[in-house]
Unconditional design. Structure first.
Lengths: 87, 149
């Protein structure tokens, strides 16, 4: 019975109801270069200066997203969609 | 996507603004634990989002902290004018790798209104003066200030 239903589903080209939904969201991001800050070599300690990287990021709180401010942004404002970009 | 991006860069120190309070525990805490960051979150009064500084646990240790609430501080002779709820955060991080090394890192989220240049200027001035005063305990440590509006 189930095999017949499956066969019929395939013949009709219907999607598999048990399959995971297609992930249509683009999870890629623009890779930005790390900018180097000039260092005064006289101030570095010893011959082996250590380095660090610093990132600053506004992560766009969901609490601040309001339709009246972004009327043309469609479903992107909905948490289920927006959370795929930022939490 | 933020997870992918942050995992890609894994900066030694990260400063974040507009960290949603509702997402802080279910998302940000696990993210930082997974990637071995310690962090501090500061939220202004009546705000639903805050600012955050995170650092690689193996590299730095927080030794001092100053919370900066602009609404209660003066910029030179100019006192508070209005309630904004904006805050700044300043940390002293000791370098575990370099003997005697460390740095002071500040971040903030300034007043949002497009015509609020005066308030933003005042807040920025407070941030710089508070950070410089805070950093005076370790004059050999560099100061980094970053953030947004």
């Amino acid at each position: 019975m189930i095999a017949e239903k499956e066969k019929k589903r395939i013949e009709l080209g219907l999607p598999d109801p048990g399959a995971a939904p297609l992930d249509l969201f683009n999870h890629s991001f623009s890779i930005r270069p790390i900018l180097r800050i000039p260092v005064n070599k006289d101030e570095t300690s010893g011959d082996n200066p250590v380095s660090i990287t610093v990132m600053t990021y506004n992560v766009l709180a969901q609490a601040l997203i309001q339709r009246r401010i972004f009327p043309a942004s469609g479903s992107m404002l909905e948490y289920k969609v927006d959370s795929q970009a930022t939490p | 996507m933020l997870t992918n991006e942050f995992t890609h860069y894994q900066p030694t120190i990260a400063c974040m603004q507009e960290v949603d309070c509702e997402q802080y525990e279910p998302y940000f805490i696990p993210l930082f634990n997974t990637l071995q960051y310690d962090h501090v979150l500061l939220v202004g009064k009546n705000k639903r989002h805050g600012i955050l500084i995170a650092w690689k646990r193996e590299r730095f240790e927080m030794v001092r902290r100053r919370d900066i609430h602009y609404d209660f501080l003066a910029a030179g002779g100019v006192g508070p004018c209005m309630y904004t709820g904006n805050v700044g955060l300043c940390l002293g991080l000791r370098d575990r790798v370099t003997e005697g090394g460390g740095l002071c890192i500040s971040t903030t989220h300034l007043y949002w209104h497009p015509r609020g240049s005066y308030e933003r200027q005042k807040q920025a001035g407070i941030l710089v003066s508070q950070t410089v005063e805070f950093a005076s305990s370790n004059p050999e440590w560099p100061i980094i200030i970053c953030g947004g509006t």
